[in-house]
Design a binder for this molecule. Structure first.
Ligand code: F6P
Length: 365
């Protein structure tokens, strides 16, 4: 039985570990004896793009778009961030340029029996559509944004939060030395999880999230309340998707990707300018951007990548297709893929966010 594994969407630490553990578990000789099926594993390069562009009859094209995986090749992959298979935001079901027929042809041409898709809402959305067309698929959740429903953990999130925390720790010394305000912009798209968790674990004074439009004057008032006190500086964490009551999202440009997303970013510069103008506090900003997706995986991402990779193969063995592996209430489980791709996991403001202090709530139970 041929397993094809691919990674789609934004890269992050943890992807390589998941590929490694799908491969190792599928090819495990001890398990192979117990199973009635023998697997081989191919990696598809650059997500759905590779599977659309490959020509199964052409050896050069096969080399460019696929990689036969074995235990030796993936041996050290779990230590490294990014994805050694490459990634893309190609949408084969793009309404403007439907490539799904080619995709179906290539799946058959490559002799693929089952696809393990590692990705977020978009990548798994494609897998879910394929499943409806009769292709066997299994999903592994990945997104630094933490916005995927159906699981309590998606690969990449913990590593990204650690980057935010480490960078803020670094900023504190320079912010303190100069008595400045620092506005730190995180990723996260329409979900504020990265900003909230990153801000909470690094003790940010103000955290602004997309789920609760903020008022610039209130931010300034919060800063003014600290004026003259022993605290000489403040850290504000803002999610790239945060908005003000009167403004829309800040976008880098007018471009839209194949899944219909705009590229968010730039709100930190605006906030820094406003603060300086309104309060006179010297203010700087930092956009953490892709640093949050870089570096090696945290311990949690390595562990979850391993568990998810193993669980994905369990699901294949059990013929449990059309589902995503999931970590729920401390246990490994799985959920139907169609249920995780039609809406996002956003912050419940009433439960987790203090709308007066613009920070994590100080009542949790
Ligand atoms: O979805 C992951 C993410 O990192 C978002 O937080 C961010 O808005 C987007 O991807 C950036 O995408 P790109 O790498 O295409 O600039």
């Amino acid at each position: 039985m041929r397993i094809a594994v691919l990674t789609g969407g934004g890269d992050c630490p943890g992807l390589n570990g998941a590929i490694k553990w799908v491969t190792k578990t599928a090819l495990d000789p001890v398990l192979e004896k117990k199973r009635s099926v023998k697997f081989d594993v191919i990696g598809i390069r650059d997500g759905w793009k590779g599977l659309v562009e490959v020509d199964p009859e052409n050896p050069e094209s096969l080399l460019r778009h696929t990689l036969k995986l074995d235990e030796e090749i993936v041996r050290t992959w779990d230590r490294y961030g990014g994805t050694n298979l490459g990634s893309s935001r190609t949408n084969p079901f793009n309404p403007k340029k439907d490539m799904s027929e080619k995709l179906m042809e290539n799946i058959a041409g490559l002799g693929i029996d089952v696809i393990v898709a590692i990705g977020g809402e978009d990548t798994l959305g494609v897998a879910s559509k394929l499943y409806r067309q009769g292709i066997k698929v299994v999903g592994i959740p990945k997104t630094i944004d933490g916005d995927l429903v159906g699981t309590d953990y998606s690969l990449g999130f913990d590593s990204a939060v650690n980057v935010i925390m480490e960078e803020i720790d670094r900023l504190r010394t320079t912010a303190g030395s100069h008595g400045r305000i620092f506005v730190v912009e995180t990723m996260g798209r329409h979900a504020g999880w990265l900003a909230l968790h990153g801000g909470e674990c690094s003790g940010a004074y103000v955290i602004l999230i997309p789920e609760h439009p903020f008022d610039m004057q209130r931010v300034c008032t919060l800063l003014e309340e600290r004026r003259g006190r022993e605290i000489q500086y403040s850290i504000i964490v803002v999610s790239e998707g945060a908005t003000m009551s009167v403004h829309q999202e800040f976008c880098k440009d007018a471009k839209v990707d194949e899944f219909g997303h705009r590229s968010l970013g730039g709100i930190a510069a605006y906030i820094a300018r406003e603060i300086e103008g309104k309060t006179g506090f010297e203010t700087r900003y930092v956009i953490l951007s892709h640093l949050q997706r870089g570096g090696s995986p945290s311990a949690r991402d390595r562990l979850m990548a391993r568990w998810y990779g193993i669980a994905a193969v369990d699901m294949i063995v059990n013929e449990d297709f059309g589902r995503m592996v999931s970590f729920r209430h401390g246990e490994m489980t799985s959920v139907p893929m169609k249920d995780v791709t039609d809406h996002l996991n956003l912050i419940d403001v009433n439960k987790y966010y203090d709308t007066e202090r613009y920070n994590g709530k100080r009542s949790i139970l």
